[in-house]
Write a protein that binds this ligand. Structure first.
Ligand code: SF4
Length: 477
């Protein structure tokens, strides 16, 4: 096989009119050699970034187990370590490069160890070149479109003692039937689509994940029904922009509102979805969320900026008034809805007035939760080439002010739950205090509580005793 195929971000920009992604079923076709390559060996996958990456990590684990590898939590026991990476911000990339440096120690002790890199960073030509130069011991690099080829790539390393670098920069296909090892026996993610065609000017995702490709509704529903039969309690429907689901398919397939309703009809106790671009949020979607009790009353609605001039330069395709109108509609139709958001501070040439416009929306929406960041230029995106006269000190000061308001509203929203009873899906012992349990309320609020009876994966009633800045405390009723 040709074992070196490098990424090209320029090619990844390309979208051809009328392109139809191919659905490839039973994409993992292992030969006898590949089926036994990992026998007696251990794997460890380290995943960074979003839920889509977490789901990819589950599929990578599934493929490795089909090859005979066994999972290990201990890096020193691993025979293959795969870093499943995120490219959304420069900091995330720096962390991965630091981690590869750290993993060199394990490679020195065990020279047969395979170090691998995949995910969004693997789609960036500059980064891959840098990693290949800095760390010649990284033998395996594969892109977001190449996961199904993992067995061939590992075979090439183990049998031919050659590097395997395989990264396609294409629009992409849909791979059905890949195995996966789900990280939880009661909460599961379903990828309903991959890729994105929105091309927000700051975002690298349309380049790293390719053209929007929706899975057929029947394939999604069949996965959801299998999860219901297996006793799962919560399904997260995943996509870079779930609201645009189905736009790339024939109208018979239906849109996200229809999919959401039909997943709700499977009877799964809890449904969540992530992420929603405000531009594609239809009335039918709002109605579906309002109608079904098992669609959780929580929406992540990225604002990014409250300034129309910045929104325009970001290519977000909505105005601040349109955002507020959607927010109001959701709040008025969906009972006890919680809303979270993403905000970018210090977009190129963001003025004081632009920033004040963002604060105004924060004061209006009083978000339950928010992720706020200083703009991080991603090489190859239009925003990375924009002139920027705003000093970093100003950006930091703005972020601090914004975070102060976000924390205030998060706490205010949490205080409102004190004394009330909420349904909680028990995740397990709390990370910070193993004497109490933790889980999430329908509004996606983290709650720590004392458990009287029940077990992990049960949905129980908990009385909220305290609203804190980022979580709730409570006791089982
Ligand atoms: S909608 Fe915009 S921010 Fe979201 S993945 Fe697509 S390009 Fe990136």
């Amino acid at each position: 096989m040709n074992n070196i195929s490098l990424p090209d971000l320029n090619k990844a920009r390309f979208r051809s009119a009328g392109y139809k992604a191919e659905i490839i079923r039973n994409a993992l076709d292992l030969n006898d050699v590949q089926r036994n390559l990992g026998s007696g060996l251990n794997y460890h996958v380290i995943t960074y970034g979003c839920q889509a990456n977490v789901r990819d990590g589950e599929v990578i684990s599934g493929i490795l187990e089909e090859m005979g590898y066994a999972h290990t939590e201990l890096l020193e026991e691993a025979d293959i370590i795969i870093l499943n990476t995120c490219a959304i911000r420069e900091n995330a990339e720096k962390r991965v490069i630091g981690e590869i440096g750290f993993l060199q120690n394990y490679k020195r002790i065990k020279p047969s160890l395979i170090l691998g890199l995949c995910g969004c960073m693997a789609q960036e030509d500059v980064i891959v070149k840098q990693i290949m130069e800095m760390f010649p011991s990284v033998q395996l690099i594969f892109g977001t479109h190449n996961i199904f080829e993992l067995p061939k790539l590992i075979e090439n390393i183990l049998v031919n003692n050659e590097k395997s670098v395989k990264v396609y920069s294409r629009q992409g296909n849909i791979y059905e039937g890949l195995p996966s090892v789900r990280t939880s026996p009661f909460k599961a993610s379903i990828n309903i689509m991959d890729g994105c065609d929105k091309f927000c000017t700051y975002c690298i995702v349309p380049y790293t994940r390719g053209q929007q490709r929706s899975r057929l509704r029947e394939d999604v529903l069949s996965e959801a029904r299998q999860l219901v039969s297996a006793g799962y309690k919560e399904i997260m429907l995943l996509g870079q922009n779930v609201n645009a689901y189905g736009k790339d398919l024939s109208s018979d397939n239906g849109d996200f509102a229809r999919l959401l309703a039909e997943v709700a009809e499977t009877g799964i106790p809890r449904i969540r979805f992530m992420t929603s671009h405000p531009w594609d949020f239809t009335d039918e979607m709002v109605d579906a969320i309002a109608k079904y009790d098992n669609i959780m009353p929580f929406v992540h609605l990225p604002l990014q900026s409250g300034s129309n001039s910045v929104l325009k330069r970001m290519g977000r395709r909505y105005t601040n008034d349109e955002y507020i109108a959607l927010f109001d509609k959701l709040k008025s139709k969906v009972n006890e809805l919680a809303v979270s958001t993403d905000i970018i501070v210090g977009f190129p040439d963001e003025t004081d007035e632009d920033f004040e416009d963002t604060l105004k929306i924060v004061e209006y929406c009083k978000y339950d939760n928010a992720y706020s960041f200083i703009f991080s230029p991603r090489p190859g995106t239009p925003a990375a080439k924009m002139t920027d006269s705003i000093p970093m000190e100003v950006k930091k000061e703005r972020l601090q002010r914004l975070n102060g308001r976000l924390a205030y509203y998060s706490k205010m929203n949490n205080l409102k739950w004190e004394g009330r009873t909420v349904e909680v899906l028990i995740d397990g012992p709390s990370k910070n205090n193993p004497t109490v349990y933790s889980g999430y309320t329908p509004q996606s609020k983290l709650i720590n509580f004392t458990l009287k009876e029940g077990q992990i994966g049960d949905i129980i009633n908990v009385k909220v005793t305290e609203g804190r800045k980022n979580s709730l405390n409570g006791e089982q009723e």
